[in-house]
Design a protein around this ligand. Sequence first.
Ligand SMILES: CC(=O)SCCNC(=O)CCNC(=O)[C@H](O)C(C)(C)COP(=O)(O)OP(=O)(O)OC[C@H]1O[C@@H](n2cnc3c(N)ncnc32)[C@H](O)[C@@H]1OP(=O)(O)O
Ligand SMILES: O=C([O-])CC(=O)C(=O)O
Length: 423
Amino acid sequence: MTESITIIDNRTGNQLEIPIVRGGVSAAEWQKLLPGIWFFDPAFMATAACDSAITYLDGEAGILRYRGYPIEELAERSTYLEVAYLLLHGELPTAEQFEQWKHDITYHTFIHENVRKRFLEGFHYDAHPMGMLVSAVAALSTFYLDAKDIFNLESRNKQIIRLIAKMPTLAAAAHRFSVGMPFVYPDNSLDYCANFLSMMWKVAEPRYEAHPTLVRALDILFMLHADHEQNCSTTAMRVVGSSHADPYSACAAACAALYGPRHGGANEAVIRMLTQIGSMENVPAFVESVKQGHGRLQGFGHRVYKNYDPRAKIIKRTADEVFAVTGKNPLLDIALKLEEIALADEYFVSRKLYPNVDFYSGLIYQAMGFPLEMFPVLFAIPRTSGWLAHWVEMLDQDSKIARPRQIYSGAEKRDYVPMDQRS
Ligand SMILES: CC(=O)SCCNC(=O)CCNC(=O)[C@H](O)C(C)(C)COP(=O)(O)OP(=O)(O)OC[C@H]1O[C@@H](n2cnc3c(N)ncnc32)[C@H](O)[C@@H]1OP(=O)(O)O
Ligand SMILES: O=C([O-])CC(=O)C(=O)O
């Protein structure tokens, strides 16, 4: 195995041996040998930003594992709360640990009345629920001042539990407000996903009981969305966290990164695209227009996967179970046709563009009755555990503040021109 690479410093002609660290070159070694020479890698296409033990991803083979456990096995046998524990603690919980974890999360599902009444209800009536979520998560830092104490393990764990517990409550509150419905308090006799569905849909006393197939489907989707190594939002979490900001502020930054249509907003964009296509007959023309450069196939392509996203495979199967309860989403046939045509087309094959996690998830969410605007919110709820696992790992590694360099391409030094002399 190669243990170092040899490069020539073209300023001096010197030959330099740079040690390889786990398949990569350490930036510290690089800077020692070649000070002032930076890697130009604006979108981090070839940069490992950290050393992480949380999620393993082989994009060529389409493999995803959390803490060593294959995603397929977790989706089959685990639950979201167990997966959240696994991501954060590194091991599956014992029965006793799991009971305590569930109890702690359940105990913290309520949000401060002012967050709802004064903050969330202060938004414009048509505010996007993801915008509301981003702001509400940031606002939580003003309610929990102990959150600044990030190196106090007791306080740190409390914020982790609060965030995982309160995300569904904030999400449902944002939805209820946006449709003019009264807020529903958490029903802590219910499990995590059933409780969320109750806060979303309850219209009459004494309680809302979601269909067990739909509760399980949501739990599976939450497991699949829980982590994905250094994606854009997790990178935002780590970058903001590296300044030692509190976890609510860092999580708000991560939520904001997830909001974009290139990332967690793509599931919403997929449904808009399928609706715009309108029928199976229109699919070939739509694919042609994408190939001509008019937009992108939403829910297709991935920075790391150059194969079928393993999560999309599981979601596709789960969709059938959901549709058996809700009735088939009429957009499914268009989605299947689109996949069939794209996967047989040289444009998509040569670029290794396959369906990603967002391609089929929206069809399930829509069939379950969620409005499109809630789709990125549904992504943010489970991803919170992944963000927090990375935040904890980063703090435990005592990592440095994230601070890349740049290649300056602006003006040379010049003199200030008074305003009356400018043309
Ligand atoms: C949870 C998630 O975040 S999963 C991703 C969700 N996002 C989407 O589904 C949005 C659609 N997909 C995309 O925009 C991209 O595939 C991304 C953002 C996910 C990845 O982007 P990158 O890794 O930077 O790939 P890049 O944009 O360089 O694309 C490589 C080539 O494939 C093409 N391409 C990539 N994705 C698509 C697509 N969805 N439709 C059509 N062409 C595409 C690009 O045009 C480019 O072609 P070129 O080499 O001829 O210029
Ligand atoms: O890994 C990525 O870049 C995007 C993604 O699939 C995710 O965050 O789940």
